[in-house]
Design a protein around this ligand. Sequence first.
Ligand code: ADP
Length: 436
Amino acid sequence: MPIAKLRQLQSERLKEQVAYAYQRVPFYKQLLDNHGVNPASIKSITDIHRLPFTKKTDLLHNYPFGLCAVPKNELSRIHCSSGSTGKPTVVTYTAGDIAIFAETVARSLAAAGCKPGMTIQNAYGYGLFTGGLGLHYGAEKLGLIVIPISGGVTDRQLMLLEDFQPEVICCTPSYAQTLAEELLKRRIDPGAINLKYAVLGAEPWTEAVRAEVEKGLHVVATNIYGLSEIMGPGVSQEDFEEKGTGSYVWEDHYFPEVVDKDTGVPAAEGEYGVLVFTTLTKKAMPMLRYWTNDITNIYYDRSAKRTHIKMGPIRGRSDDMLIIRGVNLFHTQVEAILTELPGLSANYQLVVYHERSMDSVEVKVEISDETAQKLPGAAFTDINDHEILMGLHHHLGKKIKDNIGLTMKITLLNQNQIPRSEGGKLKRIVDLRQTK
Ligand code: ADP
């Protein structure tokens, strides 16, 4: 759709969505009244900056159904994501919302390389979380054959990859790493499976993980992003032919902004900040300027094949950002450095600790297969015995210091020392400071 037409559509939809939320959700009536915003004054998509933000705490305060815009008998589904106070974040859908959810996931899968008639192994968790059913309905909508295996059960995942020959797998990137590794460990010939595409999301990941997964599973791996509050997975998706240039946001339904994390002021195109989404067509639970806490940037890729705006990979959630001796740090920054050092794997963990009244970080990272093969014996006990390991240790420490500005303790490990994903999101940071 040409940009001018898209803007017109977004403007019409925003006007309607704001009026709808104001009339039907007491929380929004009060919020807009408190901020002196008359819904009739929102006439175009460029007026969006005048609306106040909605935060995760607003959902928790209205638990479970306070933000619902329709009577309960008009709902078709209820999902939850993790909350921060013991109660989950609740999201509701009408049948029409579910249809849009399926439509945007279908678009995402098409952008990821999927074609009708292909088989997809859906290793996202089925259940209260949005991942499993979200991908499921979208895959069916595109005309794929779905294997609804859910997350975990690695033995069975591998068996079905061999026996059912799916062309596509979707799961978290860390679980794709687990599957790739298990294939290798069990000496299953990648030629015995038929995968071509992996659609990976639900947690931040970088080119280091992409390289491992693509090599291990023989796939083209792309990023799918989404969050329950806005819809679920498939809010944005990377195109398989434009890998590494960001993910298309389906902005005719989910309008993105990036704002300064302290002031809330919109950032310039390409600048980093907090991602904010406004739903343009949602009926059960409209969201106006929802503050995702995810840090990234948005921009138009002038050489891309579609007009929709793109977002860069998520660096992390602003509440997961570490501040170490005054330096802001996301674990994805360390992960990105691992790609540049071929002797290391993307299996790592950051341990944050407090020592001599200072916060410090230890990077624990496993060596790569190639490095392991170059060493005499199956494992090492002391890196000082091996020139290759001492070199890697030195280079990693230096690159981290040069790129991030922090001196970190580096610990190289043999293979299989770092916990693996068993199906869901993987915790990359162990913060020992909170337990002191
Ligand atoms: P929660 O993780 O809070 O239970 P969701 O399951 O709805 O909630 O997950 C949404 C969050 O997951 C996003 O806000 C974002 O932090 C993260 N996420 C989802 N997809 C991606 C992705 N492709 N890259 C990075 N982070 C992602």
